[in-house]
Design a protein around this ligand. Structure first.
Ligand code: PEP
Ligand code: MN
Length: 338
């Protein structure tokens, strides 16, 4: 249930609602907007009718059921859009952000050249995998701690905050020392032990959509983070599995980007690199993602894609990245006139 307080509700009236929600057996989550306070009552096992009776409490304007199973993620509990700060970079604000870098950190030269190049091209965050979720155990698994140290060096030189994936609860504390934002990869979207612990990490989280996850499942995964106390969550559409994997690696579900912006207050970015798996699709797919409302992009970039140890086929080189960035804001074609 959501308890919408009246615009003129006093602090004591808000506190009374919070107390009653607890007495009724629910957890109160308070959102203080520019105009009014909204108190969400979440949990199970409490008395719903007692909550409904709060309509009669002073300062309460309305008590409405939350329409979806994801509650704290829903725009019903927070009509204003969430902005997530990653170091000095704001995700979900007026300007779209670009997170760029290699799929995997491979060497000092590779990550430093990439970091310099993507910064010059206009990226505001640096990505790079240290621990890689590879489909085959025989493929390159990432440089681990060495990669984290190299990412730190790249950040110190360029000032770009670092985003890197965490695959295991065992690694959260260590990776948090090096990274500014922790990525939950598509394969781990429903790793609830990981989500629960990340909720307590206090770090901004980039939550990728699982390759076979519905939008509802994706938002429920985000709900684990918010209900566990971490609202610094950015969603990332990265393509889903469909019948067509002949020409593209995944099906880039851009409608989902627009949909989650309707359903949720969380920022959402798009990853056309994994979404399409094709470097020739990065430019048009990125433009489409921004046009449909994405708060940013995640792009894989490598100084020499043909030598990349992972995801070379979908990586841009530094010149291609700079060109892609220049083309991002070109107007879409004009409409024909009669
Ligand atoms: C990645 O970002 O390199 C990655 C492995 O992404 P995903 O989890 O979307 O496959
Ligand atoms: Mn990759």
């Amino acid at each position: 249930m959501v308890i919408n307080m009246a615009a003129k509700a006093s602090e004591a009236e808000v506190q009374h609602v919070i107390d009653r929600i607890q007495e009724c057996g629910f957890q109160p989550h308070v959102t203080r907007g520019a105009e009014r306070v909204i108190v969400a009552a979440v949990g199970t096992g409490g008395s719903r009718s007692a909550l409904e009776a709060l309509k009669a409490a002073p300062g309460v304007e309305d008590v409405v059921p939350i329409a979806y199973p994801f509650k704290l993620v829903s725009r019903q509990t927070r009509p204003e859009r969430t902005r997530v700060m990653v170091g000095p970079v704001c995700i979900g604000g007026d300007a779209a952000v670009v997170i760029a870098g290699p799929c995997s950190v491979e060497s000092r030269e590779q990550i430093l050249a990439t970091a310099r190049g993507v910064k010059a091209g206009g990226a505001t965050l640096l990505r790079g995998g240290a621990y890689k979720p590879r489909t085959s155990p025989y493929d390159f698994q990432g440089l681990g701690l060495e990669a984290l140290q190299l990412l730190r060096e790249a950040r110190e030189e360029t000032g770009l905050p670092v985003v890197t994936e965490v695959m295991s609860t065992d690694d959260i504390a260590m990776i948090s020392e090096y990274a500014d934002m922790l990525q939950v990869g598509a394969r781990n979207m429903q790793n609830y032990a990981l989500l629960r612990q990340l909720a307590r990490s206090g770090k901004p989280i980039l939550l990728k959509r699982g390759p076979s996850a519905s939008v509802k499942e994706w938002l429920l995964a985000a709900e684990y983070l918010l209900s566990g106390g971490n609202s610094n969550v950015v969603l990332c559409e990265r393509g889903i599995k469909t019948f067509d994997s002949e020409m593209t690696r995944n099906t880039f579900d851009l409608a989902a980007v627009a949909l989650v912006r309707e359903l949720s207050h969380l920022p959402v970015i798009a990853d056309p690199s994994h979404g399409t798996g094709r470097r020739d699709m990065i430019q048009p797919a990125s433009r489409a993602a921004l046009a449909i409302g994405a708060d940013g992009l995640m792009i894989e970039v490598h100084p020499c894609p043909e030598r990349a140890l992972s995801d070379g086929a979908q990586s841009l080189d530094l010149n291609e990245f700079a060109k892609m960035m220049r083309g991002l804001t070109a107007p879409i074609r004009p409409l024909a006139k009669m």
